[in-house]
Design a protein around this ligand. Structure first.
Ligand code: ATP
Length: 328
């Protein structure tokens, strides 16, 4: 097990295009000032839209990409300059990269043999890991004869066979169909419960992140937006991006102007007579004419007759963010 810490990590690819039309130098960074920590044995999901820097982050942790600035620690050790093989990390990426001429057993054994482990040690490790990923019946087969789901199981088994301190999974289920994904997700969860290895999974599938991870890191354009338990980011998104990104269907985000009504503060909406009461907890922060984005989850909307009075939203999910630099 291991604690992982990223402190102010940046990544700029040397070959990144610097276009005259691009706004600022900071846009050239694939990852910007990224800081977060994963506790010993924790399962963390990195989630965000395509191109936000998820894989780059994982590859820097793995030592497959150089870090432009910042530090990465495993436990107390700064690993920036350690070779990938010296980081005690297990990797399972989207493409299985199994050796086709070798049996599943030999694929699992490969890295241990490279480390000159004895046959008995290799067998003991494989005997432990194979049932966890349900690959014990596949050990004599070769990768071309395996289904996608079976290959992915072997891929993950290979990543954990040496019992790494840190397990990194990059979109490990993306090639699989819905049912298989669900099944393997369940098995990854069970495997993690059993070996309690600090694990990071990169995915753009929020169901995957929400169901597997203890905490989720949400990224956008190379920046960390929020890190928290799935229920925390769902219930208390820190900004409109996270609010719109987490949840299926996503949170409704409505432009609104706050006005002072007879009975208290109200949300008003362009081209609509609808008035909605501002929940009590925002009364201290709103002002007359303030422009805000109002977020409300679809499950918390009730259809009601509101001709006579302002509608009241179920306040659990209602969030507001001031629309910067504007007031009516
Ligand atoms: P996806 O979900 O599509 O895999 P991602 O969130 O994992 O995306 P990254 O692959 O980390 O995103 O890419 C982040 C940014 O870095 C993108 O703008 C991408 O174009 C850029 N990038 C990634 N790899 C390289 C590279 N080898 N050279 C130059 N730019 C790169």
């Amino acid at each position: 097990m291991a604690q992982l810490k990223l402190k102010g990590v940046y990544k700029r690819y040397d070959n990144a295009e610097r276009s005259f039309f691009r706004k600022a130098a900071q846009n050239d960074f694939a990852v910007k000032n990224l800081s977060f920590a994963c506790e010993d044995g924790e399962f963390v999901g990195i989630l965000g839209p395509s191109g936000c820097g998820k894989t780059t982050t994982l590859r820097m942790v793995a030592g497959l990409e150089e870090i432009t600035a910042g530090d990465i620690y495993i436990g107390e050790t700064r690993i920036n300059d350690l070779l990938p093989k010296d980081r005690n990390i297990g990797l399972a990426f989207e493409d299985y990269a199994l050796y086709p001429p070798l049996t599943v057993y030999e694929n699992l054994a490969f890295n241990m043999r490279a480390q000159k482990k004895s046959d008995a040690e290799v067998k003991k490790a494989i005997d432990y890991v194979a049932p966890l990923l349900k690959v014990e019946d596949l050990l004599g087969m070769k990768p071309p004869a395996l289904s996608g789901g079976q290959k992915q199981r072997v891929n993950i088994a290979r990543a954990i066979v040496r019992r790494p301190g840190l397990l990194l999974l990059d979109e490990p289920l993306s090639h699989l169909d819905g049912k298989m994904r669900q099944q393997l997700r369940h098995e990854i969860k069970r495997m993690h419960h059993e070996i309690k290895c600090t694990t990071i999974i990169v995915t753009h599938d929020q169901m995957e992140a929400m169901s597997l991870a203890d905490r989720i890191v949400i990224m956008k354009d190379g920046d960390l937006q929020q890190m928290g338990a799935p229920i925390e980011v769902y219930d208390n998104p820190v900004n409109a991006f996270v609010a719109g990104f987490i949840g299926e269907p996503p949170m409704n985000l409505l432009s609104s102007v706050i006005v002072r009504g007879d009975g208290g503060w109200l949300f008003t909406f362009p081209d609509s007579d609808l008035r909605v009461e501002v929940p009590q907890r925002y009364h201290d922060v709103v002002s007359d004419g303030m422009r805000v984005t109002l977020g409300v989850r679809p499950v918390d909307v009730m259809v009601a007759n509101i001709r006579q009075r302002a509608a009241r939203l179920l306040s659990r999910s209602t969030k507001i963010w001031e629309t910067r630099g504007e007031s009516a």
